[in-house]
Design a protein around this ligand. Structure first.
Ligand SMILES: [Ca+2]
Ligand SMILES: [Ca+2]
Ligand SMILES: [Ca+2]
Length: 342
């Protein structure tokens, strides 16, 4: 008996190592020709999570890795297989999604590439739709309709809970609060690196500007808008959250930049996210940042020159010019038409 066991172990190892098929009739080898989907969680709870900062397809989303570690998948799986997600099953807020390979995933270039990868035996990433906040239960299953006969049918699902909380925080990399530092943090292609650099405040042309990725009316967690408080030299100021300058951006009667808060010589500016603490976060102790912003007149002149060189002024003037020409042209054309009608 021990000899037979040893032979079986060696044979199994050989099958695993060579990934080749044995003669028919051998139970192990028959199984090894069958495909075997595996599904594993693919998020990292150590990465600060945000719905609004960083790339949407980053590591900080609820997603699963799906791989076929067995033999070739049958052709019809490309049409018939599916992946399913159940979130908060049995509760009022439950969600259930089913993605059919043929009718859902195979319809876009991205989906086709993903399926091609899966069929070639590569690990593929599958995201649960929606942006999540807080505690949820989730079940995810590959080949939920059991269209593929696999060597192991017990490793196709994942079931568990996750608790995704954001960490509202300000960029620490611009302690002087200069416009130039903010531009540097944006990088050459305008994408902010690190992602927190999207949340920064600084002095530009002698005025306080607050940039944050949380500025639209949809930026909320658990139904609570991401708010922030602003104080200048200890005095709380009103801040219109839709504008980087703190002034109503839809008010056409005023120039928002000329109405922005002017820093005369130097001021201590303190900005806090979620001042009423309505949003649960992984870290509640890093929501405020204080900087002494200095209005260096000479520098600010130089800065405004640099800034104006960055603004698309010439192209704007050109656009206006082109538009004006187009208007004149269309008017004269209109006239010509009218004339010809007569
Ligand atoms: Ca399986
Ligand atoms: Ca925080
Ligand atoms: Ca909070």
């Amino acid at each position: 008996m021990p000899n037979r066991l040893a032979v079986m172990i060696v044979a199994s190892l050989f099958i695993l190592l060579s990934n080749s098929t044995f003669a028919e009739g051998d139970l192990e080898s028959t199984d090894s020709t069958l495909p075997d989907f595996i599904l594993e969680p693919a998020w990292d709870e150590d990465i600060p999570w945000s719905m609004y900062l960083g790339p949407n397809d980053g590591e900080n989303r609820i997603a699963f890795s799906v791989t076929n570690i067995g033999g070739d998948l049958p052709e019809d799986c490309l049409e018939n297989c599916s992946i399913r997600y159940w979130v908060d099953n049995g509760t009022e807020n439950q969600h259930h999604w089913s993605y059919h390979f043929g009718s859902h995933i195979n319809t876009t270039d991205g989906g086709k590439e993903k399926l091609r990868n899966l069929f070639e035996g590569n690990t593929t990433r599958w995201e649960v739709p929606n942006a999540w906040y807080g505690n949820h239960t989730v079940t995810a299953c590959i080949d939920a309709g059991n269209d593929v006969e696999e060597s192991n049918e017990d490793n196709n699902c994942w079931e568990g809970t996750f608790n995704f909380l954001p960490d509202l925080r300000w960029h620490q990399g611009n302690p002087e609060g200069t416009f130039e530092s903010w531009l540097t943090a944006r990088g050459d292609n305008g994408s902010l690196d690190p992602i927190e650099a999207e949340n920064d405040f600084f002095i530009q042309s002698g005025k306080l500007r607050i940039e944050t990725a949380y500025r639209s009316n949809y930026t909320s967690y658990g139904g609570n808008l991401v708010n922030w408080s602003v104080s200048i030299d200890g005095e709380e100021v009103e801040w219109h959250r839709m504008s980087g300058w703190g002034v109503d951006p839809w008010d056409n009667t005023t120039d928002i930049i000329s109405n922005a808060h002017y820093i005369e010589t130097s001021s201590v500016v303190r900005v806090c996210f979620d001042p009423e603490n309505l949003i649960e976060e992984t870290n509640e102790d890093n929501n405020c940042l204080e900087k002494t912003l200095v209005n260096e007149t000479e520098d600010s002149e130089e800065e405004s020159v640099k800034e104006s060189s960055r603004l698309p002024a010439p192209s704007f003037i050109m656009t206006i010019g082109v538009l004006a020409l187009a208007t004149i042209a269309s008017k004269s054309q209109h006239k010509t038409k009218n004339v010809s009608k007569k």
